[in-house]
Design a protein around this ligand. Structure first.
Ligand SMILES: O=C(O)CCC(=O)C(=O)O
Ligand SMILES: [Fe+2]
Length: 468
């Protein structure tokens, strides 16, 4: 029975086994197929993606190369600028150090001068003391003389210096010989045997060289004599003239005696009088040669920049100048030592006409131009449009342009460039031009050709001063 059942069930179980095997095989095949498909698709997608990236990379290569080159140039320029700035800083530092050194040397010199002055002062004080003592002694001697005593008997006496012909005071109290030529020159030395007033008395002795006093005395004498002559000629009654002459002499004596104050006044007035006299002589003698003209230009120093002006009046009126200079006058000449610039300015609107030419010679430079936004730039009637330190124009709110001015080049400023843009030259020794750095030469000289407005020319012709 069992065998029978086994025989009947066996085929069914075999069928079941085959069926399960088939199902599993199909499932496995499907899975393998699916995995293979996925792999193939992934591989292609990856391949496409890589090709795409490669293509993009390849296509953008020139652009990226150009950008890299540009960046490199930019970096190089920045590096250059930084180097220039560094050089300028080093130079400024050096200059500051030099200035400090000069200032320190000046200080030393001033201290030395101060010391010398102090020493001189001390010497003067001791000399004054000495002179006072001598004066006292002389007073004593004089009083002794008045009392009938001779000077030779006293401790101090005067001798005549044979070589110089001047009196020397031998002061035995001090144990030394001190010489006071100017002190005694005008005095009447009692001990001088050749002196006509040998036995006379010193009435009054002037201190120090006193040319003004002598001049004053001569003036008084002259005035007195003049008045005597005047009276003589005016009065017909001759006998009265004697009285007048006497009166005049009295006046003269009175004037001489009261003239102790004259040296002080003369001392005060002498320098101005001498200056006026020298000027007068200068005008009279060399006036025709030395009058300011084109051969005597005025040199003005603005910082380290030197500007040479010519006399505009002469320039305007000289036709030969007009022939040589189209503006009708000689141009100011600016001299810039290396490293020296020009502060931002607009040439005076109210004095010069529209066209301004600047001829560069000797060395190159970069002139920069600034334009400030509307409302900040100076009014055309302003006389000098320089920017001062506290000016609102010092803000960085402006447009900037730069022009390279090689030697023997001419710059023309007109219109907006003339009226609305400030021009200036930086204070530095090296100028960047593109990627290059141009070192300034030891000096630059420029000639500014500007035509004076007619009203200014007329004003100049009316006045003696022809310089603006
Ligand atoms: O030096 C120069 O070229 C310009 C001088 C100047 O601007 C001036 O004299 O006003
Ligand atoms: Fe200027």
């Amino acid at each position: 029975m069992t065998n029978m059942v086994y025989l009947i069930v066996k085929p069914f179980s075999l069928v079941q086994i085959f069926f399960l095997l088939g199902v599993r095989s199909v499932a496995l095949a499907t899975l393998v197929f699916w995995q293979l498909l996925k792999l193939i698709i992934n591989f292609h997608v990856d391949l496409c993606w890589h090709f795409l990236i490669l293509g993009i990379t390849f296509m953008t290569l020139p652009i990226r190369m150009l950008t890299a080159l540009k960046n490199e140039v930019k970096l190089e320029r920045l590096l250059n600028e930084m180097q220039i700035q560094l050089e300028n800083l080093v130079w400024e530092n050096k200059e500051l150090e030099e200035r400090l050194q000069i200032a320190m040397e000046d200080r030393k010199v001033i201290e030395m001068i101060l010391k010398e002055i102090e020493e001189e002062h001390e010497k003067a004080v001791t000399r004054i003391d000495l002179l006072e003592n001598e004066e006292l002694k002389e007073e004593n001697m004089r009083s002794n003389e008045v009392q009938g005593k001779t000077l030779w008997g006293s401790k101090s006496h005067y001798e005549k210096d044979v070589r110089s012909g001047e009196s020397i005071l031998i002061d035995t109290d001090y144990g030394s010989t001190s010489m006071h030529p100017s002190y005694n020159r005008r005095g009447l030395s009692l001990s001088d045997p050749e002196e006509p007033h040998e036995k006379g008395m010193i009435i009054w002795e002037a201190e120090d060289p006193c040319v003004p006093l002598v001049a004053a005395l001569f003036t008084v004498v002259g005035i007195s004599l003049g008045s005597v002559l005047e009276f003589f000629s005016a009065i017909r009654n001759r006998p009265a003239s004697d009285a007048v002459a006497l009166l005049s002499i009295n006046w003269f004596i009175l004037g001489t005696l009261s003239s102790r104050t004259l040296p002080v006044i003369a001392h005060m007035l002498a320098p101005s009088a001498i200056r006026i006299a020298v000027q007068l002589v200068g005008w009279l003698v060399v006036g025709s040669v030395a009058t300011p003209n084109s051969q005597h230009p005025t040199v003005v120093r603005v910082g380290r920049r030197a500007i040479k002006f010519h006399d505009h009046k002469n320039d305007i009126t000289t036709s030969s100048d007009r022939r040589h200079h189209p503006t009708g006058r000689r141009p100011p000449v600016n001299e810039y030592p290396c490293g020296v610039g020009l502060s931002p300015h607009i040439d005076t609107h109210s004095a010069f006409d529209e066209f301004i030419f600047s001829l560069s010679t000797a060395g190159p430079c970069i002139m920069e131009f600034r334009r400030y936004p509307e409302g900040t730039w100076c009014h055309p009637t302003a006389s000098v449009n320089e920017i001062h330190e506290d000016s609102p124009l010092l803000s960085s709110n402006f447009t900037r342009k730069a022009i390279f001015l090689p030697p023997r080049s001419m710059l023309l400023m007109s219109g907006e460039g003339r009226y609305a843009w400030h021009h200036y030259i930086r204070h530095r020794k090296v100028d960047p031009v593109g990627e290059k750095a141009i070192r300034r030469s030891s000096r630059r000289v420029s000639f500014t050709f500007r035509k004076l407005l007619l009203c200014i020319q007329e004003k100049l012709l009316q006045t003696d001063f022809g310089t603006i």
